[in-house]
Design a protein around this ligand. Structure first.
Ligand code: ZN
Length: 472
């Protein structure tokens, strides 16, 4: 039985464009995104044409031009994709909804054609010093005051001031995936020293908004589209692609193979763990750093990367991977799988101690067991069981079984007993037996607030000595 161990990796390109990302990214395991329409239809366009525009827009992000990102979506499968009860607006409900009316004016800003709002979840990864979070939901809302039209109508010159639903949707979907706007690079300053950020609120944006790199103006993620303008229609620019691939680019998952145990003992030659890669693009260089000082750049098994762990510890595994190709360009990333492998020695006394436990008389026939097992590698001690036998024969069933770290054990009467501490974990099972001549101890009778530890041992020993002296 091998524990499920799967690490998904999002590639971090050297240059994250589509300046800049929103900071949200979909976890790959959430794909395909199941999206739906709100149940109010768009009324400036035939519904059939709306469908075509939306499907085409999704197709641009999931098609060959973005093949390296390997994205996929699925239409909500009821009522032709309409999710009844969801009328309009943004709401965090884990279902990406496209709604065509904004009667409560949630878009808020005059002149906005549409907006995408995403809700962040847990931390995803760091990219160029910025922390990204996983998206749990993104809704797209279109302005209800805008008249929309189809790409086909624009192509056929049947447009009089309407906006291309497909062009705007393609752009909004870019936000949904986590892309920001091209031409928002604050370092891209014009000859009057104005950055794009400075010009963001310009009245005539295409004139005042600086964009010295003309290529960026052609990007899907360029921030504006004019009336009767079909936009790039799937013509990804380098900026779009670099931005997208930085979030969803070549990726690999790596996992321990089915027959590899990732927790085990160091005895018998060590613990061998093999990892396998699953990539959507063949990497040209792979380096596993197994965390114990060993690294590997070539498979040393049947397509798998194996390491024999010969020292105990909790090990994080790092994967450094890079590649280049026509589809994906150059890419590289490092992925860390913290505490992926646990290797344990046999249970042993902690440093400075001889046995797994000692004991001290506590009160009456109650004795305090003092556990000295080494717990320096987290996870290596899983089971503790104390067995109490009358006399010295430990072959039969114990008279008492206690499962606690350092219990107080009460003996039924004075006499000789054997206490066995059994300690189990991934490194094996170890037992340690001590014979105890139990005599009634006059301790702190009934005091339940006595501190444990060294102070306790000193007090109990003193009490026991006093008792023995009295007996003589
Ligand atoms: Zn935008």
């Amino acid at each position: 039985m091998s524990p499920a161990l799967l690490f998904l990796i999002a590639a971090g390109g050297n240059d994250a464009h589509a300046w800049s990302h929103t900071g949200n990214v979909w976890p790959r395991r959430e794909l395909p995104i199941v999206w739906a329409y709100a149940d109010i239809e768009e009324d400036s366009m035939a519904w059939e044409d709306v469908n075509t525009a939306i499907e085409n827009s999704w197709g641009i992000w999931t098609g060959d031009a973005a093949a390296c990102a390997d994205l996929n979506v699925e239409r909500y499968d009821q009522n032709e994709g309409i999710r009844s009860g969801y009328r309009y607006g943004f709401r965090a409900d884990d279902v990406p909804i496209l709604s065509f009316e904004d009667p409560e004016d949630q878009l808020g800003i005059g002149g906005v054609l549409a907006a995408t709002v995403c809700w962040p979840g847990g931390t995803a990864f760091d990219l160029e010093g910025k922390t990204y979070t996983y998206t749990t939901d993104c809704d797209i809302v279109y302005s209800s005051t805008v008249n929309w039209t189809s790409a086909e109508a624009i192509d056929n010159n049947q447009c009089s001031g309407e906006f291309s639903l497909q062009a705007v949707t393609t752009h909004e979907m870019g936000h949904l995936w986590g892309l920001g706007h091209s031409c928002d690079d604050p370092n891209d300053v014009d000859d009057r020293g104005r950055s794009n950020y400075d010009n963001y609120a310009g009245v005539a944006p295409t004139e005042t908004k600086n964009c010295n790199n003309g290529n960026l103006r052609d990007a899907i993620m360029f921030w504006s589209v004019g009336p009767c303008d079909n936009g790039p229609r799937g013509g990804f620019t380098d900026d779009d692609i670099t931005g997208l691939y930085a979030l969803y680019g070549p990726f690999c998952s790596f996992a321990a193979t089915e027959d590899s145990e990732v927790r085990g003992g160091v005895a018998n030659g060590g613990l061998e763990v093999c990892f396998e890669l699953s990539c959507n693009e063949e990497p040209s260089a792979v380096e596993f750093d197994f965390g114990d000082g060993n690294t590997l750049t070539e498979p040393n098994g049947d397509g798998v990367y194996c390491n024999n762990y010969t020292t105990d510890g909790q090990f994080s595994v790092n994967l450094n991977i890079s590649g280049s190709g026509e589809t994906c360009g150059e890419w590289e990333y490092t992925q860390r799988a913290p505490a992926a492998v646990l290797v344990c020695g046999e249970p042993a006394p902690a440093e400075g101690f001889d046995g797994l436990f000692t004991y001290e008389g506590f009160d009456g026939l109650l004795y305090q067991m003092v556990n000295q097992v080494d717990t320096s590698v987290y996870g290596c001690v899983e089971q503790i069981e104390w067995h109490v036998f009358a006399g010295t024969d430990t072959s039969g069933e114990p008279d008492q079984v206690v499962a606690a770290w350092s219990p107080k054990i009460e003996f039924p009467a004075e006499g000789t007993y054997t206490v066995v501490l059994n300690v189990g974990g991934p490194g094996g099972i170890k037992a340690h037996a001590l014979e105890i001549d139990v005599v009634e101890v006059k301790g702190q009778g009934g005091c339940s607030t006595m501190p444990l530890g060294a102070g306790l041992a000193g007090l109990a020993v003193a009490a026991g000595a006093a008792l023995r002296r009295r007996r003589r």
